[in-house]
Design a binder for this molecule. Sequence first.
Ligand SMILES: *[C@@H]1O[C@H](CO)[C@@H](O)[C@H](O)[C@H]1NC(C)=O
Ligand SMILES: *[C@@H]1O[C@H](CO)[C@@H](O)[C@H](O)[C@H]1NC(C)=O
Ligand SMILES: *[C@@H]1O[C@H](CO)[C@@H](O)[C@H](O)[C@H]1NC(C)=O
Ligand SMILES: *[C@@H]1O[C@H](CO)[C@@H](O)[C@H](O)[C@H]1NC(C)=O
Ligand SMILES: *[C@@H]1O[C@H](CO)[C@@H](O)[C@H](O)[C@H]1NC(C)=O
Ligand SMILES: *[C@@H]1O[C@H](CO)[C@@H](O)[C@H](O)[C@H]1NC(C)=O
Ligand SMILES: *[C@@H]1O[C@H](CO)[C@@H](O)[C@H](O)[C@H]1NC(C)=O
Ligand SMILES: *[C@@H]1O[C@H](CO)[C@@H](O)[C@H](O)[C@H]1NC(C)=O
Ligand SMILES: *[C@@H]1O[C@H](CO)[C@@H](O)[C@H](O)[C@H]1NC(C)=O
Ligand SMILES: *[C@@H]1O[C@H](CO)[C@@H](O)[C@H](O)[C@H]1NC(C)=O
Ligand SMILES: *[C@@H]1O[C@H](CO)[C@@H](O)[C@H](O)[C@H]1NC(C)=O
Ligand SMILES: *[C@@H]1O[C@H](CO)[C@@H](O)[C@H](O)[C@H]1NC(C)=O
Ligand SMILES: [Cu+2]
Length: 635
Amino acid sequence: MPSLPRMAFGALAALAALSPAVAADTKVFNWTTGWGNYDADGMLERPVITCNGQFPWPDVRVNKGDTVLIYLTNGFNDRNTSLHLHGLFQRGTNQMDGPPGVTQCPIGPGDTFLYNFTVDSNVGTYWYHSHTAGQYQDGFRGVFIIEDDAFPYHYDYDIPLQIGEWYHDTTDVLIPTFMNLYNPTGAEPIPQNFILNSTRNLTWNVEPDKTYLLRLVNTGGFVSQYFWIEDHNMTVVEVDGVYTEQNTTDMIYITTAQRYSVLVHTKNDTSRNFAIMNKVDDTMLDVVPSDLELNSTSYMVYNSSAALPKQNIVQELEFLDDFYLVPYEKQEVLPEPDYTITVDVMMDNLISGVNYAFFNNLTWTSPKVPTLLTVLSAGENATDASIYGSNVNAFVLEKDEVIELVLNNRDTGTHPFHLHGHTFQALVRDREYNADLGEQVHLYNSSDHPAFPEYPMIRDTLYVRPQSNFVIRFKADNPGVWFFHCHIEWHLLQGLAIVLIEDPLGIQQNASQALSDNHRKCCQNLGVPIEGNAAGNSADFFDLAGENVQEKSIPPGFTKKGIVAMFFSCLAGVLGLVTIGVYGLMGMNNAEERVMADFDISPDEVLQEASRDDDNTNHSSVEKEVALETVETKH
Ligand SMILES: *[C@@H]1O[C@H](CO)[C@@H](O)[C@H](O)[C@H]1NC(C)=O
Ligand SMILES: *[C@@H]1O[C@H](CO)[C@@H](O)[C@H](O)[C@H]1NC(C)=O
Ligand SMILES: *[C@@H]1O[C@H](CO)[C@@H](O)[C@H](O)[C@H]1NC(C)=O
Ligand SMILES: *[C@@H]1O[C@H](CO)[C@@H](O)[C@H](O)[C@H]1NC(C)=O
Ligand SMILES: *[C@@H]1O[C@H](CO)[C@@H](O)[C@H](O)[C@H]1NC(C)=O
Ligand SMILES: *[C@@H]1O[C@H](CO)[C@@H](O)[C@H](O)[C@H]1NC(C)=O
Ligand SMILES: *[C@@H]1O[C@H](CO)[C@@H](O)[C@H](O)[C@H]1NC(C)=O
Ligand SMILES: *[C@@H]1O[C@H](CO)[C@@H](O)[C@H](O)[C@H]1NC(C)=O
Ligand SMILES: *[C@@H]1O[C@H](CO)[C@@H](O)[C@H](O)[C@H]1NC(C)=O
Ligand SMILES: *[C@@H]1O[C@H](CO)[C@@H](O)[C@H](O)[C@H]1NC(C)=O
Ligand SMILES: *[C@@H]1O[C@H](CO)[C@@H](O)[C@H](O)[C@H]1NC(C)=O
Ligand SMILES: *[C@@H]1O[C@H](CO)[C@@H](O)[C@H](O)[C@H]1NC(C)=O
Ligand SMILES: [Cu+2]
């Protein structure tokens, strides 16, 4: 059972909820992060990130037009934090968007960051989460709803429902094993359970003959899930904060960070109860452990004295294709783009053997100065993408341009991509190209592609299929620095992100975009420069000496999976095989790191050894096999 009480809304939010949505108001939240213990799945109590000592984090409801003040205090003593309001446009308040290194300095231990913004151009279902390495998978997340008097459909009750996955280990444990030489293929950690509302076996008590607006939000950090309710239809009316024309389905497929609001009309008959099912898209799991419960059953209860239903098995996972959805306010396809950005997605290993993710061969590496702060201090040079650094993948957009973003997925996985600061039109999502059937990566071809929809779906998170492509368009009408990244938290850690710098001179000219005193203070407390280019150079914005860059590449001639072999054989070359034997390498965690540390040798030296040996590949094949076996047994 949960060891902590479920959290009530903040006092102010509770008061606000009692009064009807009328005049714009100011809603104040005062949150401090911390650690507690919680058992979400009924199997294990584990550490979780708490809000004011409680877990789960509160769902927030505000009204359109409200000003929201969130005082976020970093209550940790050993790590930074941050807060992102997923899907909010933050028009004129770019520094409130959340991602550290992009729009703000991290919030250091003991510091308070005031997120101060107005929700005037968004309505519907959103969520919030830490944008700092892995923290939201440790529980720092909640639903954020913006109520709107002009909601176009009738309903009786409004019920949020979070869907996600649950790990028994914290990300402090998972990240180092994931970003590791021993995990050269970048296999993501396998969750222990798939949960609804931070629990399993959820009971949802319903009344007969009522219309429920169920706001489904995937607040997980990894898998997509199928969601259905036995013998009930769902009518989609909103995706990612965009109202849609009604479309009725019996199954939803929802990736991490996406939202679907559906109308569910309950039956008149209260004699029995029905199964609510969530099923992981197991094609996203590298391995499926035999004890992993792929289908999770929860309960839609009409009658608490009647029996609980068994799990509901369906013949086929036939879900609503979101490309069928038409926005309630229909919008034709935006005109031909002024600027087309084409990015290729790839996963590969760098010299440490760790598997990274790349857009156009670059893995996002945090600059020394958050990109927005570079914009604000660069004057006229802010329009030159180079000042933002070699590893930021910065693209400068001009005001009101129509932007087309073409994404080619060279990877064999499905990835949900999220654009901050905007919704976009989804024009193409090509079919899967299946490597197992011998199909090659299919790059987008602008003269031969699936037809654009007449009224494209508009949303903020869209998945691309394996080895396939998608095309989105939006208008650059929101000056700011906006992150575009994979919303699988593991892949963001691997650097799968680019940064769009929209109308940089417009950002500088708008007084409301100036750094708040509170923001400056957070930067200063952590020693982060508040001006300068990516390298922190404010004298010459074009001198990037000392900037943060990604690791070196693996020298040519080494295959992806051969990197572990390379390390072991090269270490053997450097130290002699006997020494390696003494360490009993194969059984030890992080053995290569410990050997390198003990002997004070750097990966660079190993690399040199590798290139020296490159011409006469004399590594013992036995050593390579042993090393590769180690990798395989890890999976
Ligand atoms: C937030 O809560 C803390 C701890 O209760 C308190 O010290 C602080 O004054 C509060 N801040 C605001 C802005 O209400
Ligand atoms: C859910 O049910 C399973 C058995 O069906 C049980 O093991 C688990 O503890 C339950 N979890 C919760 C949170 O009730
Ligand atoms: C917090 O952020 C600062 C500035 O980026 C960085 O120097 C520091 O290492 C971070 N702290 C931790 C514990 O990661
Ligand atoms: C929030 O921002 C507005 C607009 O910049 C400003 O007027 C107001 O003083 C800020 N509120 C707080 C509590 O700092
Ligand atoms: C999910 O949790 C939220 C917040 O506690 C609650 O308001 C909602 O009713 C729950 N949803 C269901 C379907 O039980
Ligand atoms: C669901 O909708 C379909 C198509 O509109 C309809 O045929 C079916 O009877 C509905 N099912 C339920 C349980 O209402
Ligand atoms: C609803 O979705 C179906 C596919 O599931 C599609 O055939 C149909 O055209 C859609 N209806 C509307 C009104 O968009
Ligand atoms: C359910 O009950 C309501 C009110 O009693 C009635 O108007 C409605 O027609 C009934 N619906 C069905 C499907 O029987
Ligand atoms: C609820 O279920 C019980 C047990 O099956 C049954 O006796 C009772 O009639 C049901 N109540 C209603 C209102 O349907
Ligand atoms: C999980 O659900 C799917 C769809 O209903 C079904 O095909 C599959 O057999 C189920 N798996 C298990 C282990 O129950
Ligand atoms: C990425 O690197 C490959 C191999 O070096 C090269 O062929 C390709 O053109 C690069 N792609 C981009 C977008 O720079
Ligand atoms: C922009 O860069 C140029 C060339 O380095 C430099 O002369 C100029 O002073 C810079 N402008 C600003 C506002 O920093
Ligand atoms: Cu991804």
